[in-house]
Design a protein around this ligand. Structure first.
Ligand SMILES: Cc1ncc(COP(=O)(O)O)c(C=O)c1O
Length: 375
């Protein structure tokens, strides 16, 4: 079975952000939705819930328990039930954790380029965004981070692991070093691990809470990205052994916005559809190679270095000499990517390409890029 086999005609029936934002002749490879069908077990669970008229509030700890089981099976990470709480969704959890561990006016470090809402959950909530650039290879710059942490008003570091958009998978050594720096400077480590399950076969995701030095960290996570369940809101807070107080101090209602169908869907995905995400990983790895080959053949000056994390490709179009590559590809090529400047002001010349789609759509997208340059 191939997961990314839906046709463009089938996908255009969708009503979600990815398929509705642009005109009908624009091929959308932007926002992080997958062009996949719902997993069979999740479908059965949701159908059964709807048949029961089971559309009330969530109950119990099944979602947290399913996450704990997956964390042990995949990463050997053992968590105590007391380390987890249910939340609304991942960004909602990040906001609530930052509200708890920082004060208005405090500096919060993020590593640019990064998922655009990271800028919004800091400066949009009366915190000062302190952007520290990743190295040109997309790795954490420990010296620059240490300098940023040394500022007296910096009280938190919001890390994306694996990293969106670069696909960097942080190593155990990098994470231990960062956690040690945070502890030395009294900076709370907050880690968004929503892409955790999405690493290429052969690559190893390292959960921050498997690092002994990082037990003051708080994680925001959900099954939403890896199983494409963004429509079903549900997230989890996971606290390190030295961060349990943060869970008790979360703002009012922080733990009350989980959707019941979200908790059911995410728990079922975690319990029953691990093989599905492994299949996604294999297909995405092949799609990365396909994108690399296509760019090499049709747009050789464009730079793309595949990274093991997630299904997003971070592509440097500087050599094309376009004022605004994403706008050019959309307007002239009729293909939509996420503009690099949304991830950092310094990356105007980059685009992020969503590879959770069929090889046919990726091929058509690169052909449209190339054709747009001949016009
Ligand atoms: C790093 C990261 N965090 C959070 C989210 C969104 O998660 P949620 O819908 O649970 O807030 C995304 C979506 O693409 C993401 O890439």
């Amino acid at each position: 079975m191939t997961i990314f086999s839906l046709t463009e005609a089938e996908l255009r029936e969708r009503r979600s952000l990815k398929w509705r934002t642009y005109d009908a002749d624009v091929l959308p490879l932007w926002v992080a939705e997958m062009d996949a069908a719902v997993q069979p077990a999740v479908r059965r669970e949701l159908d059964a819930a709807l048949d029961r008229g089971d559309t009330g509030y969530p109950w119990g700890t099944d979602y947290a328990d399913a996450y704990r089981a997956s964390a042990v099976a995949r990463w050997g990470l053992k968590l105590d039930p007391g380390q987890l709480r249910r939340g609304g969704d991942v960004m909602n959890a990040v906001v609530c954790v930052l509200e708890t561990v920082t004060d208005p006016g405090d500096g919060v470090v993020i590593t640019a380029p990064v998922y655009p809402p990271f800028w919004q959950v800091t400066s949009g909530y009366r915190r000062r965004t302190v952007a520290v650039a990743l190295t040109p290879q997309g790795r954490l710059d420990l010296n620059a981070l240490e300098q940023a942490f040394a500022a007296p008003d910096v009280t938190a570091f919001l890390l994306c692991s694996p990293h969106n958009p670069t696909g960097t998978v942080h190593t155990a050594a990098e994470l231990a070093a960062v956690a040690t720096l945070c502890a030395a400077h009294g900076v709370r480590l907050v880690v968004d691990e929503i892409h955790a399950w999405l690493v290429d076969p052969g690559a190893a995701f390292v959960p921050i809470l498997s690092i002994p030095e990082a037990q003051q960290a708080v994680v925001a996570v959900s099954a939403g990205k890896s199983w494409n369940l963004a429509a079903f809101k549900a997230g989890l807070y996971v606290a390190g052994e030295q961060a349990l107080d943060v869970l008790d101090d979360l703002p009012p209602l922080a733990q009350q916005s989980t959707g019941h169908l979200g908790a059911l869907a995410h728990a079922t995905a975690l319990h029953e559809e691990q093989a599905w995400v492994d299949q996604v990983r294999s297909e995405v790895a092949a799609n990365k190679q396909l994108l690399s080959d296509l760019l090499h053949a049709l747009l050789p000056s464009v730079e793309y270095r595949p990274q093991p994390g997630t299904y997003l490709a971070w592509v440097d179009c500087t050599a094309l000499g376009l004022a605004n590559p994403a706008r050019h590809f959309e307007q002239t090529g009729r293909v939509a990517f996420s503009p690099g400047r949304n991830f950092s002001p310094e990356h105007q010349q980059w685009v992020r390409i969503n590879l959770a789609t069929s090889p046919a759509i990726i091929t058509a997208a690169v052909e449209r890029m190339a054709a747009s340059l001949r016009r």
